[in-house]
Write a protein that binds this ligand. Structure first.
Ligand code: SAH
Length: 337
């Protein structure tokens, strides 16, 4: 057993993180057990189930791995109106969700004021945390939305390696994204960030650096979703991330950041049946469940099968799976400590 598994109360070094990520398949049990016990000790058994509304799948970015990319002409694009978004949030709040995640591609069709109006209106009628995940936007916009009542912002840096970042995301640079994350944190958002595990050309050292960057940014929520190739993207024929590496990343992230909220991505279900529940057993404590298709009568929003969000399982099935795995769904907003 690596020394780093015995002495986890001290901060893991880069070398230890790499060593743990290199744990051989078949020998991962002690790592997963340690991560699970740290999760229990620092976070408890509550699973925070967040209700996600993907209100627009238009995107001005062109990331090679992402189905929403601008040049994916096979996607059936849609935009929800402000009133539809507010109504959807109301439905999720009535169904018991304590956090509403408003997510979209980078879509400047929604300007500063309309997002502020949506956030403000939701906060007036519902006792929920509002998380925004709209990509990189203007600093003044972040500030306005914070004042309107937004609580959290998820902006993944996707890869902490600047060279890989430039390959995956042609239009932006990593340093800018990091500046946005620091600004969001500074003005009082709880910040979610992280990367994609298993992207082409990525090494174990890169994954270690992704974990370290989340820790260095002092992110409140960490997300390391496994790469799943999307049809009609340049990476459509690339191999899917391995379940083993995806779970090891969650477990090592838990060891490196015992108190951070860590997401078990619903994309894990694409790799293995109930992979998302496996993630909960390897250190994770948050699930972002895309409910867009369940809260709207408009067929368009029951997203194209190719789109990333379609990985979310049926919400009732998910809830019962969480309960049968011995955990319980949190009834609070679950602000990170
Ligand atoms: N443009 C927005 C939203 C992007 S889609 C933004 O920048 O925040 C939401 C998330 O899905 C991304 O942050 C990315 O981490 C993840 N994602 C996209 N394509 C993926 C794929 N093929 N496999 C795994 N995760 C993917």
């Amino acid at each position: 057993m690596p020394h780093s598994l015995q002495n986890t109360e001290k901060q893991l070094s880069r070398e230890e993180i790499i060593e743990l990520l290199n744990t051989e398949e078949g020998l991962t049990e002690p790592l997963f057990k340690k991560a699970d016990s740290l999760r229990k000790k620092y976070i408890g058994d509550d699973v925070h189930l967040r209700g996600v509304i993907i209100f627009s799948n238009y995107c001005e970015q062109n990331c090679l791995y992402c189905s929403m990319r601008e040049e994916n002409f096979s996607v059936d694009r849609y935009r929800m109106s402000a009133e539809e978004i507010i109504l959807a949030a109301k439905k999720l709040s009535n169904a018991g969700y304590k956090t509403i995640v408003l997510s979209s591609g980078e879509d400047s069709y929604y300007d500063t004021d309309i997002i502020a109006y949506i956030v403000y209106t939701i906060k007036q009628f519902a006792d929920v945390a509002v998380t925004l995940s709209l990509g990189a936007r203007g600093f003044d916009e972040y500030r306005t939305w914070k004042i309107a009542g937004a609580d959290r912002y998820i902006l993944k840096f996707e890869s902490s390696n600047p060279e890989l970042y430039n390959i995956y995301n042609e239009k932006t640079v990593l340093q800018d994204r990091i500046q946005h994350l620091r600004f969001l944190k500074r003005i009082g958002y709880r910040v979610g960030s992280g990367s994609i595990v298993g992207l082409p050309k990525q090494s174990v050292e890169d994954i270690a650096d992704d974990i370290l960057l989340v820790r260095e940014l002092d992110a409140d929520i960490a997300s390391f979703s496994p790469f799943v190739p999307s049809p009609f993207t340049p990476y459509q024929n690339m191999p899917t991330a391995s379940l083993g590496m995806a779970l090891k990343t969650l477990a090592v992230a838990r060891l490196a950041m015992p108190q951070t909220h860590i997401v078990s991505s619903t994309a894990l279900n694409k790799i293995s049946e109930n992979g998302c529940i496996d993630g909960l057993n390897c250190g994770a404590n948050v699930i972002l469940s895309d409910l867009t298709s369940t809260i709207s009568t408009n067929e368009k929003y029951s997203l194209d099968k190719n789109i990333i969000s379609d990985y979310s399982p049926d919400p009732h099935k998910l809830e019962s799976l969480i309960e049968t795995s011995g955990r319980k769904i949190a009834t609070t907003k679950g602000d990170p400590v």
